[in-house]
Write a protein of this length. Structure first.
Length: 254
């Protein structure tokens, strides 16, 4: 999809193959509108997820933006299908370069190890050091996550699933095995974390890390991602759910 979007986008800018590119772009926007509209109608998410934590947009906002762009593209298709003859090789080169750039971006995040279906393998492949938190600056907590067992929660303060998981996480932290205390990490701001703890009564520490570091740990997971750590290394991962007390305890070796 990245390669297709880069190629179509540059073709629109350069005015290349308008008779093909314009209807293809219309079809792509219809697909986007269908998916975003479904998310908006069902309430499956509060954020369209297009830009991660950089820009928060609701499905309704994303739907409105895509609809405006679809109308603009459709108007361009109806008003003019003419393609200028001049500089055709240059315009073709621009489209080809954009597609290659998109392919390079895709390739950098799609090496064979990261494509493993096992999240443990993918996560360990991200760092040459044993501890997955090596080199990551954590603000807001004093706990040393490199020693002993920890139940690490990767979350976002605006994530509905994360908000709904707080009672289970509180229970896991208060009544669970003392060898694996609960601690959370997010990429949100300090005011957002404070509001989250106050509104949802989170009884576990919540640290803040950079967005890039958060995405390196989160990679292809589901929120909240729960990682059982031992001396900084992952022992087990639960994506999108909070493990049962017995399940967590059985993963801890004396």
């Amino acid at each position: 999809m990245i390669v297709i979007e880069c190629g179509l986008g540059m073709a629109l800018i350069a005015g290349f193959r308008r008779r093909i590119v314009l209807p293809a772009t219309v079809v792509l926007f219809v697909v986007f509108l269908t998916l975003v509209g479904w998310a908006w109608y069902t309430g499956a998410t509060e954020d369209c997820g297009c830009f991660g934590s950089w820009v928060k947009r609701t499905p309704a906002e994303a739907f409105a933006e895509d609809l405006v762009m679809l109308l603009a593209i459709t108007a361009s298709w109806i008003l003019s299908k003419h393609e200028p003859i001049r500089y055709r090789p240059l315009r073709y080169s621009m489209v080809l370069l954009a597609a290659i750039s998109g392919m390079a971006v895709t390739g950098m995040s799609s090496n064979s190890i990261r494509q493993s279906s096992d999240p443990m393998i993918r996560l360990k492949a991200l760092s040459a050091k044993p501890g997955i938190l090596e080199g990551i600056k954590i603000d807001g907590i004093s706990e040393n996550l490199q020693n002993g067992y920890w139940t690490l929660v990767l979350m976002d303060t605006g994530c509905t699933h994360c908000q709904q998981s707080v009672p289970e996480l509180n229970k896991l932290g208060s009544g669970g095995d003392s060898k694996a205390s609960v601690v959370a990490l997010c990429s949100n701001s300090e005011p957002e974390v404070a509001m989250f703890k106050n509104k949802y009564q989170a009884q576990f520490p919540i640290g803040r890390i950079k967005y890039d570091d958060f995405m390196k740990l989160f990679e292809r997971g589901k929120t909240p991602r729960i990682i059982l750590l031992h001396n900084g290394s992952p022992v087990r991962i639960w994506d999108g759910k909070v493990p049962e007390m017995e399940e967590l305890s059985s993963s801890i070796k004396d």
